[in-house]
Design a protein around this ligand. Sequence first.
Ligand SMILES: [Zn+2]
Length: 619
Amino acid sequence: MATPSPPIVGLLIEAAIITPGQLEHATRIQEKLSSFQPLLKILKELDYVSDKEVKSTIQAAAHSIRIGDLLTELGYISPDDLDAACRLQQESEPKDKLGTILVKHNFINEQLLMKVLSIQMGFPLVEPSLASLDRQLCRKVPQKLMKSHCFLPIHKEEDGSVKVAFGDPLDQEAIEIARRFLGGKITPAIAQRELVAKTVDLLIDKLSHRAMAVDTKTTVGTVNTIILAAIANNASDIHIEPLPDRLQVRFREDGVLSLYKDFPIELAPSISSRIKVLCEADIAERRRHQGGRILFSHDQGELDLRVSIYITVHGEKIVMRLLNRKQELFDIQSIGLSPRMLSRFLEEAVYQPSGVLLVTGPTGSGKTSTIYSCIHNLKSPQVSIITAEEPVEYVIEGIAQCSIDPKINLTFEETLRHIVRQDPDIIVIGEIRDTYSAEVAVQAALTGHKVLSTFHTEDSIGGLVRLLHMNIAPFLVSSTVVSVLAQRLLRRVCPACATPVQPSPIQLQRLRCTPAELVGAKFQKGRGCSHCKQTGYKGRIGVFELLVLDEMVRTAILEQRTSHEIRQISTQHSGLITLLEDGLVKAAAGMTTLDEVLRCLPLLQPTRPLAELRRLSGY
Ligand SMILES: [Zn+2]
């Protein structure tokens, strides 16, 4: 039976790339072969045509070749497969595209379909994501049509055409629609159907969020917009504060507050009512402090917000703390401990079989993250780890975390009473805040447990002293506490705009340093650029002071020495590097600035020369 030439071969003849004689030769070979080989493959093997010529021929006539023929001619499916797929297509109701059928029935996978369509036909392969879209363009096309025809405008190309991702770039109707709404010239690209569909859904969701927010009459939209913006900025807290003439909204980013937006003060009551509804507080109550929790669902998942409503002279100030934020990697190697401090912390504290490990610092100093990275480092199928946290900030697989919730009478006291009965190896107590929790920690350590907890003190020695002031006997403190790690988070110099700087005389004076003591320092400062929103800083770095309770320190505690004396003993004999010194070493390495060091760290005693500190830190 004489069959007409397959489409690509026909085109090659038409374009005079191959001659009828060559085609005849190839056809004769094909007939002699025991298994089916596509003509195109044979033509290529005979060197009558090159890949490049095939590609450009297909591209020139992209829209006129059916996908099934293309796949067969290129040898990805057999003619029998194609027949079977065509029959399935006939039977399908509603009628599916052939490509869809081929993928659905596992003749080919979608990746191959994409590859064939993209590489062979010259459509660029794209992976649309919400962030990569030009929203302005997206608004031009009715959302219903993008959804039904599975396409998405991506952005304007340099030549003025609009790049459009199609689930099926051969769908003439979709191309026509895209052309009609996007102003004529489009550059079709190909993307996985499912990905386009998913992104269209997200986009529709986003645009409707936007529409709500623009209408300031809907408080729901305004509150959603504020929370979404905070998430987008990776803020840790949202402050909504009534002032005499306006409602100020600020975000805490990298530890520093910055203005997000001002709203008319008239909106204050409705915004606070909306937040109260969300966090299940009393809406009618406007004269008392309140608190609550919000579980906020958004594109990328769910977010836990802890809400505090505080009554000020101008009205209710609302602070929302964003809890399970973008998951950080809790890797103890990368929290910023200097090499020598890290190995001491691991060997002499974390890996000790029992005892109390304390992490101290003010709110927002990264204590919790450090505790989490310890847990992460310690967890294994052989140990049982149990926590009492208020609240659980990050969920870690494989450990038993309890979120304290006094509202339902799940109090700290009650939880701690039960915790030791759970046969744990390691106990994490969110915070030691009273004599009772201190006693639980010490008792648990005495009975052979490892206890991790945080404390609210300025520095490491302060942590010890505070325990002693909680009526814990000195011999108990000295025999159970293994280490106290004090910490702060300093802003990191933006790498994109960092420039070398010299310390000013005032800075030197405040540090009580001479230029000679800082030989070898490479201080840096960010000039401010688009990467860091002109602040000169991007991200944060931990600064630490590690007190390990060795014999000298234990004796000092038993002898009830003053904190000043304990500090001297620790720095002189136990290798303690103070927060200020660790900060100085990091500033001298250009990681943070002297401004940050002076702003955030306690200036308790003069620092040692940089060279000595570097040696002690192992840098
Ligand atoms: Zn910058």
